[in-house]
Ligand binder design. Structure first.
Ligand code: NDP
Length: 276
């Protein structure tokens, strides 16, 4: 399994495919992280809000591995923790649960524009990076106007913006802004939450049949071919193995164009400006 490393604008890299652990119980998250490591995953995406950071930390501590530092861990600041001091304190709590000294990637989970403290929060993340407590800092669910504001007011460009993205919701305008700033795009709900509309779409199933691949591998393979970092979630061991198999799927130009033509501009999750 050959998962590429994507370069970030801060000189570091991020594995292009990882395991998302949203909506997993502690027990499920611990088991899934162990199964994913075994299958070759080297990135885990959690969040304070998922209530399973401690389980992720336990799984990482249990891994049987030669190198200590070979798992890339992302966590996210919860919406109730916006503000400079609040963000610094929330980071300490997350790190205590994860049992890590240094975090790979810390994200602001949602901009929460009505609370309107995301610029201060961003300054706290900049400090954490300066102090070496986190290697890379980024945001999640930031629209172009949120991105421009933090860059204008702090001069610091996020390394990553993690947003809802799938072949049905390709975020082309936002990705153009990412390209302008050199921000890596990371996709959440990359499988469209596993729905049959996407995984059963004839374009997807047709390409899958032609490649002896599964629909999920084709969808995730499209992310990889498009330069997007992707974090499918599964608690099912066979799907955990299946999903990283996307790294072996290659497309010809016509197939890529057919996948790209699936864009419907329709999101499954909330609009970022609506989240408090
Ligand atoms: P996904 O698009 O990853 O879909 C997950 C669903 O698809 C689950 O029901 C899973 O079932 C199913 N599934 C997984 N693999 C397959 C497969 N090979 N074939 C068929 N079905 C499959 O959605 P998520 O919303 O979970 O997003 C992924 C990750 O993104 C999250 O875990 C989280 O880390 C992150 N995220 C971030 C958000 C943010 O605001 N920053 C918001 C939402 C998600 P099962 O588990 O039963 O196998």
């Amino acid at each position: 399994m050959n998962v590429r490393a994507v370069p970030l604008n801060d000189g570091r890299t991020i594995p292009q495919l990882g395991l998302g652990v949203f909506q997993m119980s502690e027990q499920q998250a611990e088991a899934a992280v162990l199964a994913a490591y075994e299958a070759g995953y080297r990135l885990v995406d959690t969040a304070a809000g998922y209530q399973n950071e401690a389980a992720v930390g336990r799984a990482i501590a249990r891994l049987d591995r030669p190198e200590h530092d070979d798992v890339y861990v992302t966590t996210k600041l919860a919406n109730g923790d916006h503000g400079y001091d609040e963000a610094l304190a929330a980071f300490d709590v997350s790190m205590g649960k994860l049992g890590l000294d240094t975090l790979d990637l810390y994200l602001v989970h949602w901009p929460c524009p009505r609370t309107n403290r995301y610029v201060e929060t961003w300054r706290a993340l900049v400090r954490l990076r300066e102090e070496g407590r986190v290697r890379s800092i980024g945001v999640s669910n930031f629209e172009p106007h949120h991105l421009r504001r933090i860059v204008d007011e702090t001069g610091v460009v996020p390394a990553v913006n993690q947003v809802e993205l799938s072949p049905f919701f390709q975020q082309r305008e936002l990705r153009a802004v990412h390209a302008e700033f050199g921000i890596a795009t990371e996709a959440w709900s990359p499988l469209g939450k596993g729905g049959v509309e996407l995984l059963g779409h004839p374009t997807v199933t047709g390409i899958a049949a032609a490649h002896h691949a599964t629909p999920a591998q084709v969808v995730l393979g499209w992310h990889l071919a498009s330069g997007i970092v992707t974090i499918p979630k599964s608690v099912t061991p066979s799907r955990i193995v299946e999903n990283i198999g996307a790294a072996d799927v290659t497309f010809d130009d016509a197939e890529l164009a057919a996948m790209t033509a699936l864009d419907r501009g329709a999101r499954l999750g909330p609009r970022p400006d609506d989240i408090e």
